[in-house]
Design a protein around this ligand. Sequence first.
Ligand SMILES: C[S@@+](CC[C@H](N)C(=O)[O-])C[C@H]1O[C@@H](n2cnc3c(N)ncnc32)[C@H](O)[C@@H]1O
Length: 338
Amino acid sequence: MPAIQGPSTSRQIADAAGLNERYVREWLNTMATGKIVTYAPESRNYTLPAEHAAVLTKAAGPGNMATFARMIPILSKVEPSIVDSFRHGGGVFYDQFQDFMALWAGVNEQTFERTLVTKVIPLMPEVVAALNAGIDALDIGCGEGHSTNLLAQAYPRSRFTGYDLREGALEEARAKAASLGLRNVQFVRQDLGTLDERGAYELATAFDVIHDQAQPRTVLKNVATVLKQDGTFLMVDIKASSDVQENLEHPMGPFLYTVSTMHCMTVSLAQDGEGLGAMWGEAESTGTVGGSRVYRSCRQAGRRGPLQQLLHCPEALIRPSDGRTPPSHSVGHEFLQL
Ligand SMILES: C[S@@+](CC[C@H](N)C(=O)[O-])C[C@H]1O[C@@H](n2cnc3c(N)ncnc32)[C@H](O)[C@@H]1O
């Protein structure tokens, strides 16, 4: 398919995309009236301005708003069950969200590829040294295993285990590991609520996992148990405030609260869980994790970062083109925070 750039007619765009011109034109008119593309009546040309393309195409990476827009039809599929939950409480179980999980995993995969090995892990120099020397590491709620496989590839002397409930996701993780020729990673079906290994791992990681949990305090207690005495727990979760008033200017606030209502909170409530939700936020998450045995067991060992807590927001969504400092929630390279 030939690439097309600059002002173009609906015919040129349809031909380049191999699509029906009439449908393309109606869609373009939607985009024009929505101010996403511009329209020049004399030439009948449509244009996607460069500053719009920067957040609407693959070039935006994990901050591609077009990817997030795909969540809308996916989440709409569970709308009747969510409406029912509004009336009667309870929630919607994970197994009704297959497309959502795959799409979200793809978003996270891009973030991992850009930041996990090069920016996140180096925030913990002693962990980098240990990983290079060779340790046992656990990735809880690993999903499709993108984070686990990347770490296994980057640190071949260490051994990695990914735990998740969803066998389909684990199969994908295993297939990817095989395609990469990795021999230092395994993926196992395991409920985090019933973890009972003792002192088995030097490092445990949780990417976008804890706020979904039905019983997050039990999971954190279990993490403390599986960690060695001087182990490190790295939790990455959504960057937000626990107080809604501080999220009023959050550029992703409406989107993230929506995803929370229709996925993160409801999967927890479906299991009679706490329903923390995606916007659990820094204060409450620090309180919960900081008060757990994960924190204490690591702190007793006198490590610099007893709790390595990173709060993150999907990368670089709104980066003002005029060079102004982005609002604090909108990130870019600043989305990492210890
Ligand atoms: C939002 S996804 C994150 C997946 C992956 N870490 C990532 O960043 O792409 C949360 C994951 O936690 C898993 N999960 C939730 N509760 C779990 C539990 N009790 N035991 C094991 N896995 C669980 C889900 O199946 C899902 O794959």
